[in-house]
Design a protein around this ligand. Structure first.
Ligand code: 0WD
Length: 271
């Protein structure tokens, strides 16, 4: 039996304001295709006050433009691979009380996302771990004291952490590390009422994703095989990010939640 397709988008006429009265810091908007931008839109829709960061002068103008669209209260610089920039961010946020932090950041050398994994260099390995996994620890340590009434920290992962996805390589290893960081941070920050979770999103065409060799083949493969027979919409990831940051998610911590049209449950498809 075939049912009528469910609507892809949440009905925005029904707006419960799930994040009313909350302040969310979002790191990782690079452009309007970024998953972090979709999360910013959903958080705004639900009434959150937004603070955004950008990575250096290269991204400043774009993020300021998108921040104006999102009515962001503040837009600050922070390259998470630089301790001094995290320190400056902390002092810029000294008077803020944060309720949610979204870490939507990853980086690896392009050649490490196309050549055989065994050729990964020591420096390439360290770089992917530093930016894509350790930065969650650094940001959590620096900003947890600003979550004075508890809160939610959220990061973005991918299936390549637990399964081999060709060409994802060093980034898959970094995501495995990131997911372990989520569990240890959830344990360490839980007594302060801070929840830490990851969303493992299905593949989405963004600037970062285009750096992975043959990424469009991955999109086609997922759409053919996923239980929902389609790819993931960034708005779906964003709505789960709303749930995790809202009081509805108050009992959820240390989890990796898949928002991937169900792809991760599949073994082999006969069709
Ligand atoms: O298929 C996808 N697009 C998926 C992405 C599937 C599952 C997970 N993800 C993850 C990514 O691995 C990443 O953790 O989602 C997160 C966001 O990625 P995105 O939205 O796909 O990609 P993009 O729009 O490129 O945002 C990532 C951004 C960087 O963008 P660029 O394009 O400049 O590499 O991460 C930021 C930067 O804005 N970033 C940094 N920010 C601060 N300091 C740094 C840094 N050192 N390095 C990268």
């Amino acid at each position: 039996m075939r049912c009528a397709a469910l609507p892809l988008r949440y009905n925005t006429q029904f707006m419960p304001n799930l994040l009313q009265g909350k302040t969310a810091l979002i790191l990782g908007i690079a452009n309007k295709w970024s998953i972090a931008y979709a999360i910013g839109q959903a958080y705004r829709r639900e009434g959150a006050r937004l603070i955004l960061t950008y990575q250096g002068e290269r991204q400043k103008a774009t993020v300021e433009e998108l921040g104006a669209e999102l009515n962001a209260s503040r837009i600050l610089n922070c390259d998470v691979s630089k301790d001094e920039e995290i320190t400056t961010l902390v002092s810029d946020l000294q008077s803020e009380k944060l309720d949610a932090i979204v870490h939507s950041i990853a980086f690896a050398n392009r050649e490490d996302l196309s050549r055989p994994f065994v050729e990964t260099s020591r420096d390439g390995f360290k770089l992917a771990q530093d930016v894509s996994a350790y930065s969650l620890v650094a940001v959590s340590r620096a900003l947890a004291p600003r979550m004075t009434s508890g809160g939610a920290i959220l990061t973005l992962s991918y299936l390549g952490s637990v399964r081999v996805v060709e060409n994802y390589n060093v980034m898959g290893v970094a995501k495995a590390s990131l997911e372990a960081c989520v569990r240890y941070l959830a344990h360490g920050l839980g007594p302060n009422g801070i929840r830490v979770n990851a969303i493992s999103a299905g593949p989405i065409k963004t600037t970062s994703a285009r750096g992975v060799k043959d990424f469009s083949k991955v999109l086609d493969g997922v759409a053919a095989m996923a239980p929902l027979r389609r790819n993931t919409d960034p708005a779906e990831v964003a709505d789960t990010a709303v749930f995790l940051a809202s009081d509805l998610g108050r009992g959820v911590t240390g989890n990796i939640i898949y928002v991937d049209a169900g792809f991760q449950i599949m073994g082999l498809s006969a069709s």
